[in-house]
Design a protein around this ligand. Structure first.
Ligand SMILES: NC(=O)c1ccc[n+]([C@@H]2O[C@H](COP(=O)([O-])OP(=O)(O)OC[C@H]3O[C@@H](n4cnc5c(N)ncnc54)[C@H](O)[C@@H]3O)[C@@H](O)[C@H]2O)c1
Length: 435
């Protein structure tokens, strides 16, 4: 099938490439001409494992193309996927103007019946507004489908190819069958495709992220209680996670969640509740606990050096909001680096892929190291922010020999406190008795 994908950010690129990999003919549209030119030449603007190879193969086999010409692309396609950004304001309100603008453009380009599939995360009721816009802009019939996206940056290809479930919000039986057929190659392992009303499908995305955020904040609060009472959250987590009613995932304590999705969707969920005067104190607390985590780690570092970091070099391992991506949106690293800079520290960051983005953001205010041991030379302390695999089993003796002072603030609990003590480190982690 010929399919247009509007938007070539993380979501649009993964969606377009994975659909092309399944044999569809994909036209990816973006209004950013530089991005389109780079993608047409096989150059990715983002880091996502496996995407470059997949894109190269589908470009080579001419199943995927890139253009700024939305009108031409829509004219040729039965289905149009919307994958445009939905930023969130300070008050949690989702800005869906990009989705509505793109809908208008699609409506104006329609030359016959179309199925418009919205993958962008939008509040309940958005699909209804999109439908109205299409009716205003075109004399041709159209169906609007809600198909929320649950991909995780860092494992997005796998998430698209082998989803836990696919959600389709759509009332029309024929369109449901087209969606079922489209997704059937991805659901061969028996995972479900859930058909529901569009508003429920829109809400499902917010509800899922609110649930995941709640687990993380709850674990982080339990970690603080463990630390205060000299218990080890790692043991407690195992005990909790092996309860079949709870399960082991999303229970790792740390410096809180970040990224373009979880914090924003939580904030929007709170706003949705407030708009209808539904009490949302639980979700509000989930957010406050999370917002506090970054400040807590920065405060711990600063107080360790007596409140002033002037003349101190602090190394930072990991800057992206999670491993296997270079995405800095909502990354805890940014707030922590800002606080340490403000306290007078010199900062040297190593991240396997996000270094260029850190340089672009901070310029010469932050040094970016090319190697992870290199970041440690002469450092007065190391702050671990993102749990990249390569940080998990380093040569501790080498680390200690490189650092001016062997002090580690581990925001991800990568190491065993007793082992770090043996290697002479002052080692501070989350929810475990201090070394
Ligand atoms: N990034 C993720 O991991 C993820 C996961 C699940 C859901 N989502 C949702 O997916 C949506 C997109 O997220 P993203 O991270 O890919 O966004 P992004 O901002 O990285 O990319 C959006 C792209 O759309 C293009 N665009 C916007 N309006 C356009 C128009 N009218 N015509 C052509 N191009 C247009 C922009 O130029 C940009 O390249 C959001 O609603 C987000 O919440 C993202």
């Amino acid at each position: 099938m010929k399919i247009t994908v509007v938007g070539t950010g993380y979501q649009g690129l993964v969606t377009g490439t994975c659909l092309a990999e399944n044999g569809h003919q994909i036209i990816c549209v973006d209004r950013d001409a530089d991005r389109v030119a780079a993608l047409a030449a096989g150059r990715l603007p983002i880091h996502e494992p496996g995407l470059e190879e997949l894109l190269a193969r589908n470009l080579e086999e001419e199943r995927i193309s890139f253009t700024t010409d939305l009108r031409g692309a829509v004219g040729e396609s039965l289905m149009v996927f919307l994958c445009v950004g939905t930023p969130v304001g300070e008050d949690g309100e989702a800005d869906i103007s990009g989705v509505l603008d793109a809908t208008r453009q699609v409506g104006a380009a329609m030359t016959g019946y179309k199925i418009l599939v919205n993958k962008s995360t939008c509040p309940p009721g958005t699909a209804g507004r999109m439908e109205e816009i299409l009716r205003e802009c075109s004399e041709h019939p159209a169906d609007v489908v809600v198909n929320p996206d649950f991909m995780k940056e860092g494992s997005a290809i796998d998430d698209f190819m082998r989803p836990d479930r696919v959600i389709v919000g759509c009332g029309d039986v024929r369109v449901r069958e087209i969606m079922r057929e489209l997704y059937s190659p991805f659901l061969r392992t028996g995972k479900p495709i859930l058909m529901m009303a569009r508003r429920s499908a829109e809400m499902a995305k917010y509800a899922t992220n609110a649930m995941l955020a709640s687990r993380i904040s709850l674990m982080n609060q339990l970690a603080d209680i463990c630390e205060a009472w000299c218990c080890d959250i790692a043991d407690v987590r195992e005990a909790v996670g092996s309860d079949s009613r709870i399960g082991p995932t999303f229970l790792f304590p740390g410096i809180g969640f970040g990224g373009g999705g979880l914090p924003r969707d939580l904030a929007t969920c709170i706003k949705l509740a407030r708009d209808k005067e539904v009490p949302c104190d639980l979700l509000q607390s989930v957010k406050e606990v999370n917002d506090r985590r970054r400040r807590q780690l920065a405060a711990r570092v600063i107080s360790h050096y007596g409140g002033d970091l002037t003349g101190k070099l602090i190394a930072v391992w990991g800057a992206s909001f999670k491993p296997r991506t270079d995405d800095l949106r909502g990354a805890p690293s940014l707030e922590i680096i800002d606080s340490l800079l403000q306290a007078g520290a010199a900062i040297r960051v190593y991240d396997p892929v996000a270094g260029p983005k850190i340089s672009a953001r901070y310029g010469d205010r932050v040094e970016v190291a090319q190697k992870y041991y290199g970041a440690l030379e002469g450092a007065d302390g190391l702050v671990i922010i993102t749990e990249w695999n390569e940080f998990r089993r380093p040569d501790y003796a080498r680390m200690a020999s490189l650092m001016r002072r062997p002090v580690i603030f581990d925001g991800r609990n990568l190491y065993t406190p007793s082992v770090m003590r043996q290697h002479g480190f002052d080692y501070f982690s989350i929810g475990r008795p201090a070394s």
